[in-house]
Design a protein around this ligand. Sequence first.
Ligand code: M6R
Length: 600
Amino acid sequence: MCGIVGYIGWREAAPLLLNGLKRLEYRGYDSAGIALLNGSLLVMKQKGSVSGLEVAAEGLSLDMQSATLGIGHTRWATHGEPSDNNAHPHKNALGDIAVIHNGIIENYSALKQELTAQGLIDKIWKSDQSLDLESATRSALRHVDGAYGICVISSREPDKIVVARKGSPLVIGIGTGEFFIASDAAPLIEHTNKVVYLSDGELAVITREGYTVKTIENIEQEKIITELDFSLEKIEKGGFEHFMLKEIFEQPAVMHDVMRGRVRLEEGRICLGGIEDYLDRLKHAKRIVICACGTSWHAALIGEYLIEEFARIPVEVDYASEFRYRNPIVGVDDVVIVISQSGETADTLAALRTAKEKGALVMGICNVVGSTIARETLCGMYTHAGPEVGVASTKAFTAQVIMLYMLALALSKGRTLSHDEIALNLKELSRIPEKATRILELESQIKDIAERFQGARNALYLGRGYNFPVALEGALKLKEISYIHAEGYPAAEMKHGPIALIDKDMPVIFIATRDSTYAKILSNIEEVRSRKGRVIAIANEGDQEVSRLAEHVIYIPQSSGPITPLLTVIPLQLLAYHIATFRGCNVDRPRNLAKSVTVE
Ligand code: M6R
């Protein structure tokens, strides 16, 4: 949520900052700005996208074009509407300090009254001449409650950038005689693969010669340099019109990547390195609680079904945002699994910390390597889906579901499933990428269906069992990128309310694959048809029965119930994508949304 970039080195800072901001635009795109320091300090900021700012930057003076130090920001508004004025960076009254802030300062109202037209850092700095930019920033942060990721520069100390974080992520990229700052690794990768992740409560001072990291309490910290393991091509569109479409199409490859080294087909076993030492404790957990938000929460629901079915361990799934505030009953015998693509979602992080405080074993399933959630969990597994840039999560979801599938099997080993049963499941899992590829080949059929339904105002997604969470996910995809109101329901629940909505204009998307509830789903389809609802069905290849009932059928390969979500979700992603593009929506940057929600 909101993106920060910074540069200090020997190259012209402005194009580097603007390019970095473009790579971070999925974090927020309400307004954007840069501050450049070259003797004097210049702030240029405006409402709208980075490309608008780029045009404005063409008018930079020669002096500012040659500035080799600067900071930049792309905003997702929390407090205050998107406007030129509310865009970051902000300057103090004298115009010699520029600050960028991500996050929410909870005591902002009290501070604002005290500081209007001056600035906290400036006020503290002026009150004590012995201070420097670093210590003035440190003191200022002691007055602040809430979450922040901040960058500060000043013409009074023109050769440094001070950064600090609590809640909002920050990464320092290490080049040769130059350093980069960013909210995540995406803008860094074309310049360096060496990074240092700041932890909460840390403040760094970066000059052209190097950097130091201390805590807000001024205690020096030893930081580990991490090597990034993804390439530039992973964060570019690679010929696709949108990142979302590219990421949908990447799924077969991602499925392979998630399983690589973990699914040992020949031996019929699973090897989950990140949790190996804790597997016994996991197997003997009294209960597993899974916390997540959004799409990750839908994956968690599938995880609940999988773990309970295979490993027979009771599982509860909680919205991370609710878990923290309802004083949950969790203790040392419980395992809490947090799932997050970004590894930075504020609510999920808060749930993790609550679970830790209560003594539970906390395990993470994250996509972004080195993210805060990944670092704060005791053990965990990376999904290895590669960077997900599209705001609507797609490949991260399928990767999470595979991860949970493997976890459920690993937990059942030696307890509830035999070696042969596990081997059989693994064999089926290993066939999933090829089946996913076949579904992607149906894109043009799905596009045709999308064209017919682009004018819909509402949509209902219905599924049962393993496909109920998929119905939720299909509805979320549609609403977040096309702005059509959509709801997902367990198909049988339809009769308890949503059926009242059905009329000749209502598309109802059924997931009607052949599993234990197939016959019931057919009856649900009949119920919708008799009320003139327009049925689109996802069914298994060769199913004639469904084609008799539905207006459109998307046929997918056969698979067992527990594995179907990995396949049924793909047509729903494509349907949402194409409906949204027919409606002229910017699917990679849906209104009001940000990729990573780092505020509560
Ligand atoms: O990074 P996370 O997985 O923690 O993010 C959770 C949600 O914010 C995210 O899944 C969101 O719902 C997506 N926009 C869904 O497409």
